[in-house]
Design a protein around this ligand. Structure first.
Ligand code: HEM
Length: 500
């Protein structure tokens, strides 16, 4: 009873508060630069996350405090070559509980390093560039790029919304390409079939960011108030996509280059639900990312300020025009090969355009959090204790060092040809992350992006439709993993090159 007396309660509260303040001041993270409040509370960070502004908030802090910044009492954001190397050389983070599928841990949500490596060993073979470049795999991408192009051709005379227009949008293109690589011949055809487009929308328009963040940071509140939270922050449900992956995982004859074919090999001992869960994850990972990266890039290429870039790209493509040649088709003698146009992955300016697009508009611009292992680590000169959360975000690593990326806000593909700082540029390029948990779909994504750009800019000049769009509409807005245009639209006009 004595414990409940007001003076005792007041003394206990004051003692608790004093202990808390002392522990914050005594923490090694106190030495890391950052706003004063971040040493005591994570509430400001949580508020920015719930408003989908984490990326820009952290970037502002980097601009103010430098490449190492304390963002909450237990969390530090970094943006340097050394920190990328130190943090992503080892990995595993409870954050990925947010992404469990059918109650299973997929490669992405696996916390244990060895389990992750084991799953990656199974999958890596199908995402290796040699497999992505196989004729059957690459021809599928050409075919889907051709379908997208047909729709562009049909749109001439009016603008199209490459973000959401029915059937003709970049999410459909990315969906059809990734599901081709996962399941062929049981992939989607959302560029032509409205029912398949519905599946894409279910996976893509995922408004569960807030719900998942509350579940992760405040599990007790989420358990107690789950149904109330769902009223304003919906949980994620994807019944149509579930049907597609479960059905594809049960087929016994997918093409040899596909991911599902590899996972079905008996030696791996994976059941159908595990295979379906893994594939659903890859499908989700491969739609918004590639689709939105292309969307931001095509918007930028269409700007009057980027017209010289667009012209140079068209010229390179024109010089290598004719039908696109895949490695499977490129047999014949040396003489014949010399006469052939360069393939999509041999064009230096196209490559620079894609790199610069991913630098300026990384599809996953936000932090990739990791726990510091037991014993702590020194990162960028600061000791960070074990259990603290550390991260880098591509949005900042692509901008913060202005010796390496002069005028970082300017879209300038030519910067990728400069001899100076070449190594640093590559090391700070973080669009696909790196280390053991870097993007497994990188080669597939690059092939999809380059092939589509080659198809479009060989035939069209793209222009922005400012009658329906403003620059603010295209500001990057955080989603659960990737970032998309704030207004969820991107209207462009396609002008055939031969009528210009
Ligand atoms: C431009 C397109 C893409 C970008 C910018 C991108 C970026 C990334 C990044 C930054 C990560 C690391 C996430 C983390 O560490 O938290 C990642 C992981 C991953 N990505 Fe991509 N991605 C793209 C396309 C794709 C595609 C087409 C696939 C197809 C399957 C894919 C599949 C995955 C998977 C499965 C992981 C998890 C890897 C692991 O846990 O080891 N991504 N991606």
């Amino acid at each position: 009873m004595l414990l409940l007396q007001p003076p005792v309660l007041a003394a206990a509260t004051a003692g608790g508060a004093a202990w808390y303040v002392w522990s914050c001041l005594a923490s090694p993270l106190w030495k890391v630069p950052g706003p004063w409040y971040s040493a005591f509370t994570s509430l400001v960070l949580r508020y920015r996350e719930l408003r989908a502004e984490r990326t820009t908030y952290i970037h502002q802090l980097h601009l103010q405090y430098g490449p190492a910044v304390r963002i909450s009492p237990n969390e530090v954001a970094f943006a340097s070559v050394e920190s990328i190397k130190e943090i992503y050389a080892s990995g595993g983070n409870q954050f990925y509980d947010l992404f469990m599928v059918y109650g299973r841990r997929t490669m992405f949500s696996t916390l244990v390093k060895d389990d992750h490596a084991k799953r990656k060993r199974i999958l890596a073979d199908r995402y290796a560039n040699t497999n992505v470049q196989r004729a059957a795999a690459i021809d599928g991408i050409h075919e889907r790029a051709g379908r997208f192009l047909d729709r562009c051709t049909a749109s001439v005379g009016k603008s199209i919304d490459i973000f959401v227009s029915i059937l003709i949008n970049l999410h459909n293109y990315a969906f059809d390409c990734v599901s081709h690589h996962l399941f062929h011949p049981y992939g989607s055809d959302s560029l032509r079939n409205p029912q398949d487009e519905e599946i894409q929308k279910q996976v893509t328009f995922d408004d569960s960011l807030q719900n998942r963040l509350i579940k992760h940071h405040y599990p007790t509140i989420h358990r107690a108030m789950g149904s109330v939270i769902a009223l304003f922050a919906s949980p994620r449900e994807t019944p149509l996509a579930d049907e597609l992956v479960l059905s594809a995982a049960s087929r016994s004859d997918p093409a040899r280059f596909t991911v599902v074919n590899r996972m079905q090999e008996k030696a791996h001992g994976l059941d159908q639900t595990t295979i379906a869960a893994e594939c659903l994850d890859h499908m989700a990972a491969g739609i918004d990312t590639t689709g939105d990266a292309l969307c931001f890039l095509m918007w930028e290429l269409s700007q009057p300020r980027s017209m010289a870039v667009q012209r140079r790209l068209q010229q390179e493509l024109r010089e290598n025009k004719s039908r696109l040649v895949s490695p499977g088709e490129s047999g014949g003698g040396a003489e014949q090969q010399q006469q052939q146009p360069k393939r999509f992955d041999e064009l230096p300016y196209l490559d620079a355009v894609v790199m610069e697009g991913l630098r300026c508009f990384p599809a996953i611009p936000m932090s990739l959090p990791r726990y510091v292992p037991r014993g702590g680590r020194t990162i960028d000169g600061y000791f960070v204790p074990g259990g603290a959360v550390v991260s880098c975000q591509a949005y900042s690593t692509h901008r913060i060092d202005q010796d390496v990326f002069p005028e970082p806000e300017v879209f300038r593909p030519e910067r990728w040809f400069a001899g100076e700082h070449e190594m640093e540029r590559k090391k700070l390029f973080f669009a696909f992350a790196n280390g053991g948990r870097g993007c497994i779909g990188k080669h597939l994504a690059l092939a999809e992006m380059k092939i589509l750009l080659q198809e479009i800019y060989s035939r069209f000049t793209t222009l922005p439709d400012y009658t329906c769009m403003s620059d603010e509409d295209m500001a990057m807005a955080d989603q659960i993993i990737s970032s998309q245009p704030r207004a969820k639209k991107c209207l462009l006009t396609m002008v055939p090159i031969d009528v210009e």
